[in-house]
Design a binder for this molecule. Structure first.
Ligand SMILES: O=C(O)CCC(=O)C(=O)O
Ligand SMILES: [Fe+2]
Length: 302
């Protein structure tokens, strides 16, 4: 076992034991200093008094790198959250995305691109029906959890961060020569912007319970499609742009302090896992646990 793997092994054990609160931690590889491992580890989060993931397959995962903390404490960016192989597998899963999925109301996306999605429960159900290899849906779950844990740790959250909606999405350029539109107009994820006044009202039909948002990108093999933060609710021009690439996670608090959008995807297909989180247990995504249960059942039966 190399160092990275033995390290992950120790954490694997640890996560299992933390789950049963108060239980003594066991094991650790011979010759390694546990305290040091914990100090150095990106995933010493969540602390013992918070809910832990049930089955967490650490071994496959690289250690992510926080590459940039902008001057804004409400924003983070991490690379290496997924390996190339994991991105490729999730891209394989995007073949099951459905056009327009996830938007009952008028979708905000441009007509000049095809928008497709697959939510976490539909992915698990497809595995149950034998349409999708279970490993792919499990990877979708694990990648989402890993993103959630990274965000909670980096934003130093003291209460649990719950999934509120999880969506594997792709935006594919159509054959349109001149584009002046955005792939996704500037918006906030929990309030409705009134462009005339610059007010962003945190009232229904906005998803007012969303506290944090994240996008985990699966590739950079397309043209256009940069994510950007706008200056403010009154100046929607890009302040800071981020180019998607495999394993890059962008995350931010979901309010008006982080107005954001996506530049036009002018060529190719841009896929990502879009994640929204809440601190309010009443708005916890029930479908996430349902997906986990289905996948657990599949594993137990097979
Ligand atoms: O895909 C992205 O980079 C951002 C998408 C977004 O902001 C959203 O779906 O609310
Ligand atoms: Fe958004």
């Amino acid at each position: 076992m190399d160092l990275e793997h033995s390290f992950m092994h120790v954490l694997d054990e640890l996560s299992g034991h933390l789950e049963q609160f108060g239980e003594e931690r066991q094991g650790g590889e011979e010759g390694q200093d546990d305290a040091e491992l914990l100090d150095n580890d990106f995933f010493a989060y969540p602390p013992a008094n918070m809910p832990q993931a049930e089955e967490w397959e650490w071994q496959e995962w690289n250690k992510p790198e926080i590459v940039r903390f902008t001057t804004d404490p409400d924003r983070m960016l991490a690379d290496n959250v997924l390996s190339q192989d994991q991105c490729d597998k999730l891209l394989e899963l995007t073949k099951h995305c459905k056009e327009g999925d996830g938007y009952q109301r008028k979708a905000p996306h441009t007509y000049n691109e095809l928008f497709e999605g697959l939510n976490i429960l539909d992915a698990a159900k497809k595995s149950q029906e034998g349409e999708v290899v279970p490993e792919l849906s499990q990877l979708y779950v694990n990648a989402s959890r890993r993103s959630r844990d990274a965000i909670a740790k980096e934003f130093n959250l003291q209460t649990p961060l719950y999934f509120s909606y999880t969506h594997l999405v792709c935006r594919t350029a159509k054959d349109v020569v001149e584009r002046r539109d955005l792939s996704h107009p500037v918006h906030s994820d929990n309030c409705i912007l009134n462009e005339a006044t610059g007010e962003c009202d945190k009232v229904p039909p906005a998803y007012t319970w969303r506290d944090y948002s994240a996008i985990l990108y699966l590739s950079g093999e397309f043209e256009g499609g940069d994510f950007f933060y706008a200056h403010s609710t009154k100046d929607l021009s890009p302040e800071e742009t981020v180019s998607p690439k495999c394993g890059r996670l962008v995350a931010f608090s979901a309010g008006k302090e982080n107005m954001h959008g996506v530049l036009a995807v002018t060529k190719g297909r841009r896929c990502a896992v879009a994640l929204w989180f809440t601190l309010d247990p009443n708005h916890k995504e029930a479908t996430f646990s349902m997906a986990e249960e289905i996948l657990h059942e599949i594993k137990t039966v097979s």
